[in-house]
Design a protein around this ligand. Structure first.
Ligand code: C2E
Ligand code: MG
Ligand code: MG
Length: 650
């Protein structure tokens, strides 16, 4: 009997185990099942060796006879378990574990294969139809052994069918290795069947396993170096897999809302320590709840727990535990931090079944969902209009661009000096087929992030030009229309050409347009913005500085920019009742007037505000020129606005 093969197989198995330990492959179901397979194969190899040894070197005795039998039984039992132990490993590795757990047919086939083999061995104890060992400790195969071969062959076909069925969701290298296992084992079986003295089968199996261990990912590749949690890529692969296979999972999202401040406060090194603490804490909480779940770090203070096994209650418990943990201040090597956390639980595929929506929800849920201190559950919000709009914004904007379903509303601007409406601000809305009218506050920022703002800006410019050209503005008493410009529009290289083209196309005087810019736009890329503003100004277009007083106010820029009007944000209006604030408002107006700017007050809702600002006197150095707000008129659709203006002129 040639035993070296078994010795080699054993050495290979030991090496695989060592490399797995070095790779820190302790965690998760995949690794657990891999070790289980190794254990089965190891026992089988030892028994194979034991039986072979007894055959060649065993001294004839009753006890040795029994021992030899025992080795053979252990060998057959464990050997017959190798293929069945591979099945759960396959399901787990391709992310279809739930199928293995729930599909009764799969289970039945799995059990049947093991039961038939075990029953065969039990019967063999009384009626040796598979093998027997004579007094000389020699082993003889009987015809019944064919049963094992047939059983193994059928089971193998079943496993191959499973792998082929899910080929589209299996990583290519994994797919190849998973299938490669079979020809390698077959070679071993065939060789050993014809040359029973060559115990190559276990050797071949261990070689196949070695291949496997090579494609199983190293721990470091799966771990985010900064936090010690599972990395972004692994999370995405997991999520993609789960959605592709329809595996039901719970996802718990944990977001530190004030992460940016914490990063600034702690600095990179302490931040890493802090995040590591977080992920090990979450791991400890999970273990406390007897959960065997991976903690993922996605980005910018966002952790996720993805669970295929825990039930809703357990996820909730874990979430509440984490929420409580965050409710206290935390100590990071002497630095005290307070985390403002938001947690949300969702189920897939019930709640979200496609990757893009899920991904954008994960990274923006804290902005989309209403602000609450409690753990949130996705299903509670699905019927909320605002939530639905926010989570589908990109699609809504794309739809609006393709169907040109934007609409401009106009809000009249009142001149204190002339005591009438002299201009209007164009304010965009989307008229969506599903959600109706959507206000710009909900979509402008998203459009700026996605880049759709350029198409929107082009639409606004052209539609305002069309509107002006189709109406007699002099008759309506209107001088110009104000257009809101986004930061990204202000840095468009061809902005000037675009505006010039439209003015020509609609035969308009440049003074009919007044472009509103914000200070953030001005500071964003001063060179390009300056160039655009200067050239447009030279063409005769006026500028207004919008939302003055909301951000930090770069007074120097205000003095140097050719803006004609500065629009005071509504927050100034809110200050009219407070004597100290009112002093500040007056001083601001005075300062702007001294710089030669005209002042417009936005958000005027009450008569007393009108009085307060009118009393300043528009022609006086301290006064404001224009007022705008709901008190006079809300933004109106084009037709209504025209009606409104006609009524004023009468
Ligand atoms: P904004 O330019 O500061 O426009 C003034 C906003 O205040 C408008 O909101 C207007 O409806 C609202 N408003 C007017 N009077 C009052 C009032 O008395 N009280 C209160 N509470 N609000 C008042 P809207 O139309 O929702 O627009 C919001 C913002 O969206 C605008 O702020 C502007 O920054 C942006 N936006 C609007 N249209 C466009 C556009 O065509 N392009 C770009 N880039 N941004 C736009
Ligand atoms: Mg504006
Ligand atoms: Mg404004």
């Amino acid at each position: 009997m040639i035993l070296y093969y078994d010795v080699c197989a054993f050495i290979i198995l030991i090496l695989i185990i060592m490399s797995c330990v070095l790779k820190k492959m302790f965690h998760g179901r995949n690794n657990g099942l891999f070790y289980l397979m190794m254990l089965v194969i190891m026992l089988s190899t030892i028994a194979d060796f034991g039986a072979g040894y007894m055959k060649d070197y065993g001294v004839r005795s009753d006890i040795n006879h029994t021992v030899t039998y025992m080795w053979h039984y252990i060998y057959f039992f464990t050997h017959n378990l190798i293929l069945p132990s591979y099945l759960p490993f396959i399901y787990s590795n391709i992310g279809m574990w739930h199928e293995f757990e729930k599909n009764k047919k799969v289970r039945a086939i799995w059990y049947a294969s093991m039961i038939i083999n075990t029953a065969g061995l039990v019967v063999n104890m009384f009626y040796p139809f598979i093998f027997y060992v004579d007094e000389k400790l020699q082993y003889y195969r009987m015809r019944g052994i064919l049963m094992f071969y047939i059983n193994a062959g059928l089971f193998m076909l079943f496993e191959i069918a499973v792998i082929l069925k899910y080929r589209s969701i299996i990583r290519k290298d994994k797919f190849i290795v998973m299938l490669l296992l079979y020809p390698i084992i077959m070679i071993g079986i065939v060789v050993q069947a014809f040359m029973p003295d060559h115990l190559v089968e276990m050797f071949m199996i261990s070689v196949a396993l070695l291949l496997f261990s090579l494609i199983i990912r190293r721990e470091e590749e799966m771990t985010d170096p900064m936090t010690g949690a599972r990395s972004y890529n692994v999370a995405h692969e997991h999520i993609r897999n789960v959605l592709a296979t329809g595996t039901p999972v719970y996802i718990l999202l944990i977001k530190m809302v004030n992460f940016k401040n914490i990063r600034l406060y702690l600095g990179q090194q302490l931040l890493s320590t802090f995040l590591r603490e977080q992920s090990s804490k979450f791991g400890a909480f999970a273990r406390y709840n007897s959960l065997e779940e991976d903690i993922y770090y996605l980005e910018d203070g966002l952790f996720a727990v993805i669970s295929e096994t825990m039930d809703g209650e357990a996820v909730k418990k874990l979430a509440v535990q984490i929420k409580n943990y965050y409710s206290d201040t935390l100590d990071v090597e002497g630095f005290t931090v307070m985390i403002n956390s938001r947690l949300c639980i969702l189920r897939c595929p019930e709640d979200i079944d496609n990757y893009n929506t899920l991904y954008s929800f994960c990274i923006s849920f804290e902005r989309i969902l209403p602000d609450t201190k409690d753990v949130m559950f996705y299903p509670d919000y699905v019927d909320n209009r605002e939530f639905r709009i926010k989570s589908e914004l990109d699609e809504i904007i794309d739809r609006a661009i393709s169907y040109k379903s934007f609409e401009l509303f106009y809000q009249p601007i009142y001149s204190i000096l002339e005591k009438r409406f002299v201009a209007a601000e164009a304010l965009i809305r989307i008229r969506d087929e599903i959600y109706g009218l959507i206000s710009p506050g909900m979509f402008i920022e998203a459009a700026e992030i996605s880049g759709a703002i350029h198409a929107i800006g082009d639409f606004v410019l052209e539609d305002v030009c069309r509107f002006i050209s189709e109406n007699d503005f002099d008759e309506l008493g209107l001088k110009c229309i104000e257009i809101n410009m986004s930061t990204s529009q202000c840095i468009e290289m061809n902005l000037v050409e675009k505006v010039a083209f439209l003015l020509k196309k609609y035969k308009l005087d440049a003074s009919r347009l007044n472009l509103e810019i914000t200070e953030s736009a001005v500071d964003f890329d001063p060179d390009v913005v300056d160039q655009n503003i200067t050239r447009l100004h030279e063409m005769g277009i006026n500028f207004a500085l919008d939302d003055y007083g909301t951000g930090y106010s770069n007074v120097k820029r205000v003095t140097t920019l050719p803006v004609e009007i500065v629009k005071l944000d509504k927050s100034f209006v809110d200050g009219v009742d407070d004597p100290k604030m009112w002093i500040m408002v007056q001083d601001t107006v005075k300062m702007l007037k001294e710089m030669g700017r005209k002042v417009l007050v936005e958000g005027v809702e009450e008569e007393k505000v009108v009085h307060k600002f009118t009393e300043l006197g528009a022609d006086y150095i301290q006064g404001c020129e224009y007022l705008q707000g709901y008190y006079f008129c809300r933004p109106l659709p084009e037709k209504d606005f025209l009606e409104f203006m006609k009524m004023q002129v009468k």
